[in-house]
Design a protein around this ligand. Structure first.
Ligand code: AMP
Ligand code: MN
Length: 335
């Protein structure tokens, strides 16, 4: 009880310091993590529209372009893509990044940094830091900032907050969803969001190439640990055959979890520079973040990732062993 109160008080203080710092400043640079997802895009653009409603100047920079199905959301075309930023601003707002290097953008260090994040292990690298692991999406925290600034939810702001929550909860599947999640979504719907249209735009806008890729990945899926762990593997050749890019892999990892027996999924993407990108998803209390942190990565209990140098044949066995152990541990507390 007292711990929760302290966490909330600390959060409330961080939130009000952030709102004051924003109101006192004029020019802002907003960024988020490399290979952005719906939460990073949604958080960044909801914040951008809110700051502009207050008459602030806003620039956005990310290391990588947004996945195709987010490109026609409002403002996505305004995000500058660069691996080094030369923009100067009165404050840099970093969302969704447990440390500054997660941005993949160099040249950011000298700014007055406002760090807003919900990933466990946040390094508190800002002049102001608000870290709330209980938020189902960073977009929930951005919502609080927007309310704290006194900015009404415009349709564009509401769209991006809803996008952040819809995607980061794995379309309302993950274990960190709270009444607050739905309360925020209710307010976005009241502000004009159409949940059915959003679901179609985000989840039902695949290319034919992506459907082929899904087929190829599921066809070559391996089942381990009596079907409790699914292993997906992809290399550039598979992408080429299906006419896809890396962006088309988004969301595919969630499909094996629709099988009742499967408790966790690991997706190995073999990179062209001798590295393997590892994404993981799980159900209930199976903690894949613990596996990611062992390799210097991060994420959440049910969704985490990391990149490891080396050949798949060498890096795979210990990762699979750790996942099998995480499944056994997680199943102990199964509801
Ligand atoms: P992904 O599998 O890439 O969709 O990532 C799942 C979750 O893990 C997201 O919340 C990511 O932000 C987080 N994540 C992925 N890779 C890393 C990493 N290298 N370091 C920290 N967090 C990561
Ligand atoms: Mn997030």
């Amino acid at each position: 009880m007292s711990q929760t109160t302290t966490a909330n008080q600390a959060g409330a203080e961080a939130l009000s310091s952030i709102c004051r710092a924003i109101l006192d400043r004029r020019r802002f640079l907003l960024t988020s993590h490399a290979r952005p997802d719906g939460d990073s895009i949604g958080s960044q653009l909801a914040m951008a529209y809110a700051l502009e409603a207050l008459g602030k100047e806003v620039r956005l920079v990310n290391a990588d372009a947004a996945p195709d199905h987010y490109r026609d959301f409002p403002g996505v075309d305004r995000i500058e893509i660069a691996d080094r930023s030369v923009a100067t601003a009165d404050a840099l707002i970093v969302m969704e990044c447990s440390d500054l290097s997660r941005t993949g953008v160099a040249g950011l260090d000298d700014h007055f940094i406002i760090n807003i994040d919900h990933h466990a292990g946040n390094r508190m690298y800002g002049a102001l830091n608000w870290f709330d692991e209980s938020a189902a999406a960073c977009g929930e925290m951005v919502f609080d900032v927007i309310r704290g600034l006194g900015v009404p939810l415009s349709p564009d702001i509401a769209t991006h907050i809803y996008l952040a929550i819809l995607t980061d909860t794995g379309s309302f599947h993950h274990s960190n969803i709270t009444p607050r999640t739905f309360d925020i979504c209710r307010q976005t719907v009241e502000a004009g969001v159409n949940p059915a249209a959003m679901a179609r735009r985000v989840f039902d806008s695949n290319s034919f190439g992506k459907l082929k890729l899904i087929g190829a990945l599921l066809d070559s899926m391996e089942l381990i640990d009596n079907g409790r762990l699914a292993v997906l593997t992809m290399d550039d050749e598979m992408l080429k055959i299906c006419g896809c890019t890396h962006n088309d892999t988004e969301g595919v990892i969630n499909l094996p979890l629709t099988a009742r027996e499967i408790q966790a999924v690991v997706f190995f993407k073999i990179g062209s520079a001798g590295e393997v990108r590892v994404s993981m998803r799980s159900k209930y209390d199976v903690d894949v973040r613990a596996v990611a942190t062992a390799y210097g990565g991060g994420g959440h209990k049910n969704a985490a990732g990391f990149t490891v140098p080396g050949r798949l044949a060498d890096v795979r066995p210990p990762i699979v062993d750790r996942l099998v152990a995480a499944i056994a541990e997680g199943l102990k507390s199964r509801p």
